[in-house]
Design a binder for this molecule. Sequence first.
Ligand code: ADP
Ligand code: ZN
Length: 634
Amino acid sequence: MDVEDAAGRILREVFGYPQFRGEQRQIIAHLMAGGDALVLMPTGGGKSLCYQIPALARDGMGVVVSPLIALMQDQVAALHEAGVRAAALNSAMSWPQVQETERQARAGELDLLYVAPERLLTERCLSLLDRCPLALFAIDEAHCVSQWGHDFRPEYLQLAVLAERYRNVPRMALTATADTATRKEMIERLRLREPRIFVASFDRPNIRYRIAEKDTPRRQLLRFIREEHAGESGIVYCLARATVEDTAAFLAREGVDARPYHAGLDSGTREDHQRRFIRDDGIVMVATIAFGMGIDKPDVRFVAHLDLPKSIEGYYQETGRAGRDGLPADAWMVYGLQDVVQQRRMIDQSEASAEYKRAATAKLDALLGLCETSQCRRVRLLDYFGEAAGPCGNCDNCLDRPEEWDGTIAAQKLLSCIARCQSATGLSFGAQHVIDVLRGNRTAKVEQFRHDRLSTFGIGADLDVAQWRSVLRQLVMLRLVQVDTDRFSVLRLTSASREVLRGERTIRLRRSPERSALRPPARRPIDRTRVTAAQAARVLSGDPGAAADGDDTHVALFEALRAWRLQVARQHGVPAYTVFHDATLEEIARRRPASIEELRAVSGVGAIKLERYGAAVLDVVQGTRPGLRPAAAL
Ligand code: ADP
Ligand code: ZN
């Protein structure tokens, strides 16, 4: 049997998938032939199979270097569910467990061994590997070698020893970070030998991108979750720990099952929240960016940003955690002027070199460009990663094209108002005051400074406060207004402002439809809001009355399968998704297989799962036997 046949057979029989995705086949063939590789694929692109399949197909054990101990157990559990002989070695394990794993490795009883870099580099571990035939090394999250990146881990640098010590073992480095500088660093620092570089498309077509103006962020978030993702898993990113805590508490009060996660929580709480998020269905994790790397939960239905990330790379990595299973998912963000000011302030006030500050500013500006564009978000994102694409039809701008308008006069009014306020008193003022003067509001401060006598007083009554804020934000973006980043966020003109005031430059602005942040996706895989627990229970108990109409039964059956899956997962102590993914349950609910053969054809149903769960699944489909038959499941 040739290489491709062997890989294809493992794909179908062990993992239950009918086809390779993207370049998986070529990557696997290259590794199986003994070559080194660098694999760049977006989060959710399907990197794991690229090393799991060659590890199974080649002689010896595959060693997977992964930075996050807490997640290894779940990765191993998912492989066990598929019948793969996998184990982990890490500091969270007891001594007898370590010894048993080492014995299995020596006896050739393992196909895959997951190990943290610091563990791998111990003499004990290296000499264990010296005595085992090895299929390959897979170095996951390989961008951790980059000293410039935010995920830098010094141990990763030492992984270069593998190049010398295991000369004949192919190595692959994998990451979802795409930029070319990091690419070079990974190859050099890990000493990959003439690696083939595989760069997958970074497009994630099932993710819908939406970016809207921040107005009442928590309320906007709550509405988004309630209207579109009730009962589903999601991640909410915030910049500061305090915002994480407040937002999680707010959502919990409003009945959303939300938990906080940030580096200030003790590790026990953090791990507990992470574990629940991964294992249970429908938890919302409110987190700083400390959360997410290495989490491969496939059914995260949304990623929401309440604060602006620092770069497009960050935004893409974080949003990429949504919808790994390929089902529709949302990337939702709200942002406002304050975010821009805050991020610029953080750069200005950091102690980094001028060179670093310039780079950070350029990255932030690219992200702001994405936020303010009236064009397809996906086109913009992919362009940033060097990929050309056409309008996607699955982002807010494609679905609901924002109006562009000639904002030259509005800009002139705002700029001259800033100038007048300042020249009258020599002081500078913040956004709220300048907008009050524009709109002709006689506030105490306006009267105190006699700004009602300015020629610009009341010249902007035609726009409301939100509209003026939007104009201001865009002018800040265009660097036509500078917001002081040190003290009171006062506004100042810039050298470029003059051109606008003199009428030498026209300004196109974007009027974002407020509703775009709220517009629900056109197509949902399963409309959960339509199924009641009672309906699901009727299907589970085989009540023929449950079959009201086709769509309802489909939904109810999906829920029944989920309920069954949760029982099995609890019994086995594994995350629900390791039993079957939502995508697999959905396909089962749609096709209603009547036999083991029909069930085998469903994507995600491998041989071992068929053997273990086939009968029970068919029972749930036929509604003949409620719930779980323990004998069939074990
Ligand atoms: P990554 O590590 O690149 O973020 P994963 O390896 O976790 O992504 O894969 C993402 C999801 O896609 C997983 O749920 C995986 O089971 C699924 N997947 C990967 N390859 C295939 C394939 N060829 N067919 C169907 N599903 C796949
Ligand atoms: Zn689009």
